[in-house]
Design a protein around this ligand. Structure first.
Ligand code: UD1
Ligand code: PEP
Length: 509
């Protein structure tokens, strides 16, 4: 952008702000940035992305600067470049959304540190804001402060935002303690085929929750005479279902035992947070959780969610397929151990630094350096398992890595009906991915990547895998409509550019 253009945009923003009667500080607060940043923007002294212009337009409800908001976001990737240097892993989408839902348990103020600034978090914030929860970004937009009201106004819920995320299902556990009757919209999320919510209903029924699903809403009714009399046995070892059971148990005045619980990273983060709220949880990291609930929670708490193992895997895959040497800092290694063991078998040259604690004081992190390696296809198939196993969300990254390895790799995603199918999109970039059935693909490597222009698959991880392949493919590729990537990754293009990628963001205006 030329300086002249910047100062014209800055003036438009200042006019729109003044028209609204806001100070620079008020606009800064709405944007989660500092007053000095707003001042620089208005004076034309700051490079400003279309994304930021769109957010300002939205905050100020202004026609002129909302121009940039008109169309979906796309990426233009100049591929075939090596990455280098070091990059930090951000906090996880899945822990952040669970913790945001968990704040509904607390009458006090919750501060969450370094929350990922991703669309999935924004949707939950919109939903929380619409029902009366006060949320604001503090400390230059790094941290989030959440203060629930005495009474929630569920009728005012932003159902459009709620339907764009599946995480809203985790409102059930906290809400059943706050009201006898309520409704929330059907849970959305990635288009991965059928994802049942039945296990959630089974887990919450012992707390008196009965749900009927009609007209796109879950109509919920709580029978206060019902309380768990024996261990709650989950029918699936799912992550959000475990979290929902934990959230319900947290304010149940008594001891709840949850069996067949997921011990995955986001569940552990939620358990650590519940402990901050005064709820004792035994068995963290195992499949049996014993929760000592507290009927009323009213504490000002401060918690730092841990780093995202799936983002760590994404960055690792980026290094592998671009044949780069890259250091990935703040890798939650416990949740990537099996992936690393398989990659080691495949011939990955990597080095781990000494372990250190994440800001939550519990999760173990390492810095991981990955070097260009001659990879061989693994002898056995790649398939996910509930933790500890290859993380379900990491499986798509193995497809890209397998495409870079010598030989054929069988990938069996038994979990999702649609996700393996999206991996065949890699063929448009030169890969040889054969769909054997809706759950299994055979990948033949190595691949001579070539550039392409394509739509983003409607699922987060396959979409990122396509982006990584574009980074490996010489020439210019275009990936259209990347909302789904922004759902789970903060400023991915910009951060990849900081380690040598060349990715430009653009929109149809
Ligand atoms: C916000 C959040 O945390 N999302 C994660 C969470 O979603 P979430 O907890 O919502 O996952 P689902 O409940 O949809 O489970 C995923 C799929 O696995 C199946 N299933 C799961 C467990 C099991 O023991 N048996 C079984 O068959 C389910 O039927 C479903 O088809 O977990 C998924 C699986 O790890 C991850 O992909 C998501 O990123
Ligand atoms: C499937 C995923 O997430 P969600 O549960 O939010 O759809 C994912 O993170 O890959």
């Amino acid at each position: 952008m030329t300086d002249d253009y910047l100062s014209r945009i800055g003036k438009l923003i200042r006019d729109a702000r003044q028209h609204r009667g806001w100070t620079q500080s008020q606009l800064a607060e709405a944007l989660g940035t500092s007053q000095s940043a707003v001042n620089r923007i208005e004076r034309g002294n700051q490079n400003i992305s279309l994304e930021m212009i769109a957010r300002i337009g939205e905050a100020l409800d202004s026609e002129i600067v909302s121009l940039g908001y008109a169309g979906p976001m796309h990426l233009r990737v100049v591929g075939g470049r090596r990455l280098s240097g070091a990059i930090d892993v951000k906090t996880s989408k899945n822990a952040c959304v669970a913790l945001l839902c968990a704040t509904l348990l607390n009458a006090g103020r919750t501060t969450l540190r370094r929350v990922a600034r991703i669309e999935e978090v924004y949707r939950i914030l919109e939903v929380l804001g619409s029902i009366g929860v006060r949320t604001r970004w503090i400390n230059d937009g790094a941290d989030l402060e959440i203060v629930p009201p005495a009474e929630l106004d569920l009728e005012a819920m932003d159902t459009e935002a709620a339907r764009r995320t599946r995480s809203v299902i985790m409102f059930l556990g906290p809400l059943l303690h706050r009201m006898d009757r309520f409704r929330i919209p059907y849970a959305g999320g990635c288009d991965l085929g059928t994802r049942t919510v039945q296990p959630h209903m089974t887990a919450l029924r012992p707390f008196g929750l009965e749900v009927t699903a009609t007209d796109g809403m879950y109509h919920s009714h709580v029978d206060r005479s019902v309380a768990p009399t024996r261990a709650i046995v989950l029918t699936e070892r799912g992550d959000t279902v475990t979290e929902n059971a934990l959230l319900a148990a947290a304010r149940h005045d008594g001891v709840t035992v949850i069996r067949n619980a997921s011990s995955n990273y986001m569940v552990q983060d939620l358990c650590f947070f519940l402990e901050e709220l005064g709820v004792k949880v035994e068995g963290v990291g195992t499949t049996t959780l014993t929760v000592h609930g507290v009927a009323r929670i009213d504490r000002d708490v401060d918690y730092s969610p841990s780093e995202d193992p799936v983002e760590a895997m994404s960055l690792l895959a980026a290094a592998v397929i671009t044949e780069s040497e890259l250091t990935i800092r703040r890798v939650p290694v416990e949740f990537l151990e099996i992936e690393l063991a398989v990659l080691e078998e495949m011939g990955l040259d990597h080095e781990r630094g000494l372990e250190y604690a994440a800001d939550n004081g519990r999760t173990r992190l390492v810095d991981l350096t990955v070097r260009p390696s001659k990879l061989q296809a693994p002898i056995d198939k790649i398939h996910p398992m509930p933790f500890p196993g290859i993380n379900i969300d990491n499986v798509p990254f193995f497809a890209a890595i397998a495409a870079a390895a010598q030989g054929s790799t069988l990938i069996h995603d038994w979990v999702y009906d649609n996700r393996a199918i999206y991996l065949t999109e890699l063929n448009r970039l030169g890969a040889h991915v054969k769909l054997l059935d809706p759950h299994r693909v055979l990948v033949e490597g190595p691949t001579r990547w070539r550039s392409a222009e394509m739509m983003c698959p409607p699922a987060l991880r396959p979409a990122v895998v396509v982006l990584l392949a574009m980074m490996a493919a010489p020439g210019t590729s275009v990936l259209r409509n990347v909302y789904v990537i922004n759902r789970g990754y903060e400023d991915l293009a910009e951060r990849l550019n900081s380690i040598g990628a060349q990715i430009e963001t653009f929109r149809d205006i």
